[in-house]
Design a protein around this ligand. Structure first.
Ligand SMILES: *[C@@H]1O[C@H](CO)[C@@H](O)[C@H](O)[C@H]1NC(C)=O
Ligand SMILES: *[C@@H]1O[C@H](CO)[C@@H](O)[C@H](O)[C@H]1NC(C)=O
Ligand SMILES: *[C@@H]1O[C@H](CO)[C@@H](O)[C@H](O)[C@H]1NC(C)=O
Ligand SMILES: *[C@@H]1O[C@H](CO)[C@@H](O)[C@H](O)[C@H]1NC(C)=O
Ligand SMILES: *[C@@H]1O[C@H](CO)[C@@H](O)[C@H](O)[C@H]1NC(C)=O
Ligand SMILES: *[C@@H]1O[C@H](CO)[C@@H](O)[C@H](O)[C@H]1NC(C)=O
Ligand SMILES: CC(=O)N[C@H]1CO[C@H](CO)[C@@H](O)[C@@H]1O
Length: 874
């Protein structure tokens, strides 16, 4: 979580930074004549050329680099790789250790979907789609600028382009026509629109009548991507370092683009089955008694609780790897975790990167191993929750071992708090100290860090629903050490005139100067990389280290890591929550676009917003609607801020009812949704959460829509979106649709749904689907869900056909020894089932329901095992 508000001093400092940038941008109008291409060489699968500066260049933000090198490679039929960099000097590129590149490959250019065209003077290039000849990306008539700390390139677009991505952001899913997207990771309390947020994902999809394509700029430097009308519609990149490293993805379907992108940044991790349960958290649980009470109150209210979470409240003086000895004593914490585990429930705690400076074990060990970021020969000091802090340097080869050890000890199953997942925050990295932070101790004091803990209270006689018994369990953990990452060493480019603190082009960082509220950008990491270049990688680097540390605790088991800051490819290891939103209707609505971005475009499908909102006070009706909406998004967690009214779902009858009803459906659909996540994690095709236009790319009505969406391949969610309303205007694309609750056929088109109770959410089944349902509407944990039998729900399309699939495994092994894949086909009144794999499912199919439009449904009871092949008439 972030600290609220700007101090006056900070505000003054950011204004100062803004005015500096305004002065320096005056030169922008000076137009570059660009470069001339020469020495163009082609092979069957590649092209290279020398680019020479024309004249003196424009020198907008420093001297232009005189000679560039263009290299183009037809990597695959669908992927074109275009790189432009300095011909004479090595420049920073995103390190392989953070984002391993796909294996080298190439295809014959003549067989590729995309065509690269070059104009030599002034140099420009375009990328077109071979099948239609249309240009997808075209730099003609725009200027190419390549200076040490400023790179500019632009493409012309059609008048009314449909562009999606370029996050993290709080815009609509389809980006507005005039928007500047700044990519610079920042602790962004209240996730304001038109602002840089926590994550950096420089990819966009453009959708056209003729198809969808993707453009990924593999660059981690700060940048402004301006989408706007200026002599026609353009998309212009303004980047303050690195190189132009573009991947063009041909689609032509949106799903194909997502798959092509995953082939570069990695397919997302399959989350553990249990992590799809219902999670509860808040900032401001005062002590272990509060935690125990919430667990007890959940069971009294008969609302399924899979995982209890604890924010920084548990820490002693807000220091990571410590427990407040009075409020969260170890014996009580172990009791709570054992209790949860004995009931098939789980526990997660927050970990921040910043370690309290001085006088504590985690710091002393880190200092001894020399793993903290350094500046001017000493440990770099920042201010976070505990006061003065030190940041681990994830590019130091010893940091992984340090992190492993802290996790192994503090979260030891035998002697510590045996967490099941890890929640990592403040990893932009966030810093409360105002640049230049000359006196961190004074700053910490002035800002009241660490905040005073709440008064200690004596335990009540009994906690409702929570037995105060404690039995020590011993767990055998076979220790495995994750290999220390091998670090490539870089030589710091100590070129004269390079300004890592105030580069001549100032991106639109909402915090002000680059180093404001984060680590100083002139810090040099242990491997020689400069924070200026790798700032946007901090969260993802911490994610990887935490993933390894968690894996080390439970070898072979999929770790659940939920992070705040992400870079391209983060989903390969971790999940994400959308940060510190507000309990209002705007954020309720916007959470859907946020999830669509991460789940489908950025390939981080394990994603969700703080359900019922983080900041501010929620109302019962908003919380009821939000608990229902959240049940149909991947990561489902109610989370709330210190000082706001409590918002656990049992606090209001209508919220309790909405939660129970929607969890009942979520849990019936759990294997269906797990299968969708598995499909995405094994193929890269966005399968979990999709915008409607992914399924109906030809239907222009859907292109702007981001309030209705698909939950897995077959279920459309259409939530009520306005305060106090019990109706919603929806659109059903041309297809066969069935109402989830009544099984009635619903005609496609625009319509208004009326009388939607506050504890209900409209859902529709797409014709042509077979949905495996667990008979688990009353299950309290996901373990229980997994033990139940199945019903198959067959929703035929207009031709009377349907199909579906089911994937099963043990739910938490990284490489399950046994898996089962079941394919269902329905046609001509016969259901055909084929299974592959050896995993023995608990539960058999006991019921097959076929929806048959006006005739209602037909039900067949039986007991079919999920093995071999079978074929039944139904
Ligand atoms: C985006 O940035 C450009 C260039 O600085 C500016 O002209 C334009 O007004 C900005 N657009 C928006 C919507 O802020
Ligand atoms: C738990 O429920 C009791 C009884 O309704 C209530 O007094 C208490 O405030 C609740 N506590 C929490 C933390 O939910
Ligand atoms: C070190 O921290 C402990 C609390 O963790 C405190 O009691 C002690 O006074 C501190 N010592 C110094 C020298 O600051
Ligand atoms: C939320 O409610 C609490 C308790 O009534 C109040 O103290 C607080 O100011 C409210 N917060 C907001 C943002 O309205
Ligand atoms: C919603 O209803 C509440 C309670 O009746 C009322 O206070 C609020 O103003 C209403 N909001 C809107 C947008 O109508
Ligand atoms: C769907 O139904 C039609 C008409 O019954 C049939 O010809 C076709 O083969 C079916 N397709 C599949 C995939 O079963
Ligand atoms: C998208 C959006 O509504 N963002 C809002 C988040 O909350 C802050 C504070 O309430 C607003 O300023 C943002 O506009």
């Amino acid at each position: 979580m972030a600290r609220l508000g700007l101090t006056p001093l900070l505000l003054a400092a950011s204004l100062l930074a803004a005015s500096v940038s305004a002065d320096l941008t005056l030169g922008v109008s000076g137009k570059s004549k660009g470069y001339t291409a020469s020495n163009v060489r082609t092979t069957s699968s590649s092209l290279t050329a020398d680019l020479k500066l024309i004249g003196k260049g424009c020198a907008i933000y420093g001297p232009d680099i005189p000679s560039l090198k263009l290299s183009v490679n037809y990597d695959t039929k669908e992927r074109l790789h275009v790189k432009i960099t300095d011909a004479d000097n090595e420049r920073y590129e995103v390190p392989e250790i953070t984002l391993p590149r796909p294996a080298a490959s190439s295809v014959n250019a003549k067989t590729a979907d995309l065509v690269f065209n070059l104009k030599d003077s002034p140099f420009s290039f375009s990328v077109s789609r071979r099948s239609t000849g249309e240009k997808l990306f075209d730099t003609a008539g725009t200027s190419l600028v390549f200076e040490d700390q400023y790179l500019q390139i632009a493409t012309v677009l059609g008048d009314d382009p449909y562009i999606y991505g370029l996050g993290e952001h709080t815009e609509n899913f389809r980006l507005p026509k005039n928007v500047n997207r700044t990519l610079w990771a920042r602790d962004a309390y209240s996730v304001p629109a038109d602002s840089n947020l926590y994550g950096t994902h420089p990819i966009y999809l453009e959708h056209r009548e003729s198809g969808t394509h993707g453009v990924f700029l593999l660059n981690s430097n700060g940048m402004d991507v301006n989408l706007g009308v200026e002599n026609g519609m353009k998309l212009q990149y303004n980047v303050i370092g690195g190189i132009f490293d573009f991947y063009f993805l041909s689609g032509p379907t949106p799903q194909a683009v997502t798959q092509q992108y995953a082939a570069i940044v990695g397919v997302p991790a399959l989350p553990a089955y249990w992590s799809l349960g219902n999670h509860q958290c808040r900032y401001g649980y005062r002590d272990w008694i509060d935690i125990a009470e919430v667990i007890g109150n959940y069971s009294d209210a008969k609302i399924p609780l899979e995982t209890m979470w604890t924010d920084i409240d548990y820490m002693d003086l807000r220091r990571v790897f410590t427990l407040d000895p009075e409020r969260f004593p170890l014996d009580k914490m172990r009791m709570i975790v054992d209790y949860l585990h004995s009931r098939g429930q789980k526990y997660v705690m927050m970990v921040d990167p910043a370690v309290a400076y001085g006088n504590n074990t985690a710091f002393e060990r880190g200092a001894e191993m020399d793993i903290f970021l350094k500046k001017d020969g000493g440990i770099y000091k920042s201010v976070v929750w505990p006061g003065v802090t030190a940041y681990p340097d994830w590019f130091n080869p010893n940091t992984q071992a340090y992190w492993d050890k802290e996790f192994a000890e503090f979260f030891s199953p035998e002697t510590g708090v045996d967490i099941d997942g890890s929640w990592i925050d403040m990893n932009e990295p966030s810093n409360f100290c105002i640049y230049p932070c000359t006196d961190p101790a004074a700053e910490a004091k002035e800002q009241g860090m660490p905040p005073a803990p709440p008064p200690v209270r004596s335990p009540p006689k009994s906690i409702p629903g929570f037995p105060v018994t404690y039995s020590k369990r011993s767990i055998d953990v076979e220790k495995r050490n994750v290999d220390a990452p091998s670090m490539q060493l870089y030589t710091r480019a100590d070129k004269a005139g390079v300004n890592y603190i105030s580069p001549p082009y100032a991106i639109r960082n909402a915090a002000g100067a680059l180093s404001m509220k984060t680590a100083d950008t002139d810090i040099v990491h242990a491997n020689g990389l400069v924070e200026y270049d790798v700032h946007n990688l901090y969260g993802t680097s911490m994610s990887t280290a935490t993933y390894n540390a968690m894996l080390n605790r439970r070898p072979g088991k999929r770790p659940l890591i939920i992070t705040r800051s992400t870079f391209a490819g983060a989903g390969h290891k971790v999940g994400k929550w959308l940060g510190d939103n507000i309990s209002d209707w705007v954020h309720y609505r916007n959470s859907i676009a946020g999830v669509l971005n991460f789940a489908s475009i950025f390939q981080v499908p394990m994603v969700g917003a703080d359900v019922c909102g983080f900041g501010g006070n929620v109302t019962d009706t908003l919380c009821a609607r939000w608990m229902a909406l959240g049940a149909f998004l991947p990561f489902y967690r109610n989370h709330n801020e210190l000082g706001s009214i409590p918002q656990e779902p049992y606090r209001w009858p209508i919220v309790a009812s909405a939660t129970k009803k929607s969890i009942a459906i979520r849990y019936q659909l759990l294997d269906y949704f797990y299968t969708a996540l598995w499909r995405q994690s094994s193929t890269g095709v966005s399968s979990a959460i999709n915008a409607l236009w992914f399924d109906y790319p030809k239907d222009k009505n859907t292109w702007d829509m981001d309030l209705q969406y698909m939950y897995g391949p077959a279920v459309m969610v259409a939530p009520v979106t306005e305060e106090n309303s019990t109706s919603v205007d929806i659109y059903l694309p041309q297809d066969t649709w069935y109402d989830w609750y009544t099984y009635e056929v619903v005609m496609p088109g625009h319509k208004t749904l009326e009388n939607i109770a506050f504890d209900e959410i409209p859902l529709f089944i797409q014709g042509g689907s077979i949905i495996p349902l667990r008979l688990a509407s009353d299950a309290m944990t996901t373990d229980e869900v997994r033990s139940r039998d199945f019903e198959l729900l067959i929703a035929p399309d207009a031709r009377g056909n349907a199909s579906g699939e089911l994937y099963l495994d043990d739910g938490d092994s990284i490489n399950p020894a046994e898996t089962l894949n079941v394919q269902f086909q329905y046609s001509g009144g016969r259901l055909n089932v084929k299974t592959r794999g050896t995993y023995k499912a608990t539960g058999k199919v006991v019921k097959v329901t076929v929806l048959s439009g006006r005739k209602g449904k037909s039900v067949k009871q039986g007991g079919w095992h999920l093995s071999g092949k079978w074929d039944i008439r139904c």
